[in-house]
Design a protein around this ligand. Structure first.
Ligand code: NAG
Ligand code: NAG
Length: 342
């Protein structure tokens, strides 16, 4: 009797192991069920409504793929940063690129800056770490929505920074004015920070966010609102290209507009830690460098303010590796940085 009991316990354990392994191999129905539930919960959190069942089924498949990738990454080797499910999880990487970036690389070389030479070239009093947020030179993180206006958010954040540093006032400025009125750029279809600075200078400044609020669309220019600037700049300068030392000199003095390849899958789902790739140097997105530092483990990083809302990254910010072996900086961040002067 006792012998037989032992035998059947062993047998059922073995059987269970076999069943579990098979179901894992087939991607267990349990996991599928959990993903289905997770998608429903995610839809509720993000207020997502699909137009029909076909669209919903398609989005669910993309969601499942992305969740599996995120989990696999997070369960893999620790590379110093983590990914997370966020509002972009039902988008393919191609869709994400199309809707949430918007830096248009100049096809011809722009006249680099309108003020020369690089004014911080001889600046040496560089603090070991700096966070412009603690100096109240950074407004809250915004969300560009389904509009390729990153360039305008980046330019505005840099201008808000220099305005605070020079005038002692932190005023949220209008992104929509750039999207609507700066016809040298393409609104929701992309643009360049240098052109935005040129536009702002030529119009004598920029209106406030309160006066000319963000709409996430390519609207028509409200000239009455445009004629009411709240802050101005004298011009802009490009940071010497492919030079993280020069970028450091600039960021030590003010928040700086930075172009970056910000469209990779790991960028899409970045959630915390010091981002270390993978990415190339096909710069297609714009953010603002608002600080730098070093982790307790000794990893040097830049602090970037993004415009994808507070649900992305570290409450809307990314820490990304600084002083990498490539001159272009990680994801090309040292290639086309610039800042307004005031
Ligand atoms: C930096 O120092 C060099 C050498 O003294 C000088 O020629 C140059 O004008 C300085 N640059 C700036 C931007 O002050
Ligand atoms: C609005 O969108 C079109 C493309 O549909 C673009 O060519 C145009 O430049 C945009 N307008 C502005 C003011 O940004």
């Amino acid at each position: 009797m006792a012998k037989q009991n032992k035998f059947s316990v062993l047998t059922s354990t073995t059987l269970l192991v076999i069943i579990v392994s098979i179901s894992e191999m087939l991607c267990s129905p349990l996991e599928e069920q959990q993903l289905l539930k997770q998608h429903e919960e995610w839809m509720a959190i993000h207020g997502r409504i699909y137009k029909d069942a076909i669209e919903k089924a398609k989005r669910l498949e993309i969601f499942k793929e992305n969740v599996k990738r995120i989990n696999a990454f997070n369960n893999g080797k620790d590379v110093g940063y983590k990914l997370a499910v966020n509002k972009f999880t039902d988008l393919t990487n191609e869709e994400f690129r199309a809707s949430s970036t918007g830096y248009k690389r100049p096809t011809r070389v722009l006249s680099s800056g309108d003020e020369k030479p690089f004014k911080y070239a001889n600046f040496t009093a560089i603090p070991a770490a700096l966070d412009w947020r603690t100096k109240k030179a950074v407004t809250p993180v915004k969300d560009q929505g389904d509009c390729g206006s990153c360039w305008a958010f980046s330019a505005v954040a840099a201008m808000e920074g220099i305005t605070m540093i020079k005038k002692g006032k932190l005023v949220p400025l209008s992104v929509q004015e750039l999207v609507d009125c700066d016809v040298d750029d393409n609104g929701c279809h992309g643009g360049l920070m240098d052109r935005a600075f040129k536009f702002i200078k030529s119009k004598g400044g920029l209106s406030t966010e309160a006066n000319y609020p963000y709409q996430a669309n390519n609207g028509t220019c409200n000239t009455a609102k445009m004629a009411n600037p709240a802050a101005s700049i004298t011009g802009y300068q490009d940071v010497p290209a492919n030079n993280e030392k020069a970028l450091l000199q600039a960021v030590a003095n003010q928040p700086v507009s930075v172009a970056i390849e910000g469209s990779g899958l790991n960028f899409q789902f970045y959630s915390s830690g010091v981002f270390s790739g993978s990415c190339g140097t096909s710069i297609d997105h714009a953010v603002t460098a608002v600080g730098y530092g070093k982790t307790s483990r000794g990893t040097k990083y830049w602090l970037l303010k993004n415009s994808w809302g507070t649900g992305w990254g570290e409450s809307g910010y990314m820490r990304i590796q600084r002083d990498v072996s490539s001159k272009a900086g990680l994801c090309g961040l040292a290639m086309e940085a610039s800042y307004p002067t005031a």
